[in-house]
Structure formats: structure tokens, C-alpha cells
Design a protein around this ligand. Structure first.
Ligand SMILES: Cc1cc2nc3c(=O)[nH]c(=O)nc-3n(C[C@H](O)[C@H](O)[C@H](O)COP(=O)(O)O)c2cc1C
Length: 240
């Protein structure tokens, strides 16, 4: 099983340690191959808002040397894990910047067919507040990429570093992480696809409607949808 992990912080702190435990538990269930990307090192640029990915193609993005190898790995993976500490009641800036670079794979643009089969997991740590909003931003992007399922786990440290957590608190977090990792491993290994999220199916229909209204025949999005057979309805990414 191949897993891509995108770490939303360079710090090997609470989030990283929880993620390592998660990976270790998955590994105990069966063989996994992990490809780790660390932000901001592996995606050190902010999106410039030039629209090049949408208009001229993602390979022409000024940061394509960073984005394309990551996308290639994500497409190949069986599952994706995204992590973030909570910063200012939300996700880390480098994780947001990472997600900004992949807006071109939103369903309305040029979603990758492989994403429709992906199981994904988000891990977040906080002193006490903001995890829900941090994970929601990541989850929304992933759903708009078309992924099959998004699972989450967050924990509060109340200000302690991982190694200084009170023993009963730490035991509880470790137990929860192991449980989540084991369930996630089984879920990915099963290969079972769930019904697509309803609002994503609706979004897909709206996207098709929008694209039909495009008069610009050179639109990359429109060409992509035609090529995929989604434009005419001959093919459907949810029933690949
Ligand atoms: C710049 C910054 C902003 C933070 N903002 C919040 C916050 O809004 N709410 C919160 O509960 N914790 C906040 N924290 C605490 C971290 O989310 C928490 O300590 C987390 O476990 C750190 O993860 P790490 O050890 O993986 O870096 C903040 C930490 C930093 C550095």
C-alpha cells in the first residue's frame, strides 16, 4: 500500500509525532510504502495568483517543479494523509499555500480520475481550539478534488509538548490514533468505494452545466472534460 503524507509544518513536534505513530500502526497492519513531503521545504512558494494553471496548463505554473512531482506521487498513492498544527484557529499557512497550488484539480477544472478512488486522512493538533476549522479547509479542498472519503483525527495538548503530556492523556491519544490508523488501513486495503459525497455529485453536475455555457472552445477545462467523456455524459468519474 502506497501512502503520500503531506506534513503541514517543518517542526517535528506534536503533529509529526502523532503522524509517525499513525504510520507505524498502519505498518503493523501490513506493508506500507510512505512518501513524505514536508512543507514548506517541498513547496516553498506562495501561489502568485497568475491563473496560469487554469488558463495555460498546470505544467506552466511558475512552481511546477514543486507541484508536478507531488501531484504525480499523490495520483499514484492508495491513500493520502495531510497534517497540520492549528495556527491562529486555522490550518498552517504552508498547508494553505500547498492547497492553493492544486485548485486546478478541482472538479470544475481538471480533476484527476485517480482521485475519485482515494481515501484520505487529516491529522491536526492544537493547544485547545481551532482544529475543526483547520481540518475543514483541508477537507473541503480534498472533496473538491473528488476524493472518495476524508477521515480526520485531532487532539488537544493543552500546551504540553508530546513528550511532556500527562501519562493518562498521552495513553488516551495514542490509543485513539492506533484505533484510527488501524481502521484507516483496513478501509484503504478493502479497496471499497463509498457513494460519492452528495454535494460533490451536485458540484459535478453544476460544473458540467457551467462548462456547457463556455463559449471559449480553447478552454483547457472544457477540452479536458471532452477528452474524459464527462462533457457528453458518455463517462462519469464516479463510475470509472
Ligand atoms: C503561530 C501559532 C499559532 C497558534 N495558534 C493556536 C490557536 O489558535 N489555537 C490553539 O489551540 N493552539 C494554537 N497554537 C498551538 C499549536 O496548535 C499546538 O501547540 C500544536 O500542538 C503545535 O503542533 P506542533 O507541535 O506539531 O508544531 C499555535 C501555535 C503557533 C506556533
Amino acid at each position: 500500500m502506497k501512502i503520500v503524507v503531506v506534513h503541514g509544518s517543518p517542526r517535528k513536534g506534536n503533529t509529526y509525532k502523532a503522524t509517525e505513530l499513525f504510520k507505524k500502526e498502519m505498518q503493523s497492519q501490513g506493508e506500507i510504502e510512505c512518501v513524505d513531503f514536508f512543507l514548506p521545504k517541498d513547496m516553498p512558494e506562495f501561489c502568485r495568483g497568475c491563473m496560469t494553471c487554469f488558463i495555460k496548463g498546470e505544467e506552466k505554473c511558475p512552481h511546477a517543479d514543486y507541484t508536478m512531482p507531488i501531484l504525480d506521487q499523490m495520483v499514484l498513492a492508495d491513500a493520502l494523509i495531510f497534517t497540520t498544527p492549528v495556527f491562529a484557529l486555522s490550518l498552517s499557512g504552508c498547508m494553505k499555500s500547498f492547497l492553493d497550488h492544486f485548485a486546478f484539480i478541482f472538479i470544475v477544472h481538471r480533476a484527476r480520475s485517480e482521485m475519485f478512488e482515494k481515501k484520505t486522512f487529516i491529522i491536526s493538533s492544537t493547544v485547545g481550539a481551532g482544529a475543526k476549522s483547520a481540518m475543514k479547509t483541508i477537507s473541503t479542498s480534498l472533496k473538491y478534488w473528488g476524493v472518495n472519503r476524508v477521515y480526520t483525527y485531532n487532539f488537544a495538548t493543552f500546551g504540553d509538548e508530546w513528550d511532556n503530556l500527562k501519562l493518562d492523556k498521552k495513553n488516551k491519544i495514542e490509543k485513539q490514533i492506533k484505533q484510527k490508523a488501524s481502521t484507516f488501513y483496513k478501509e484503504v486495503a478493502s479497496g471499497k468505494l463509498h457513494s460519492p459525497y452528495l454535494h460533490i455529485r451536485i458540484m459535478y453536475s453544476i460544473s458540467k452545466f457551467i462548462l456547457k455555457k463556455y463559449t471559449d472552445e480553447d478552454s483547457l477545462d472544457k477540452k479536458y472534460w471532452i477528452e474524459k467523456g464527462w462533457y457528453t455524459g458518455e463517462k462519469n468519474p464516479f463510475k470509472a
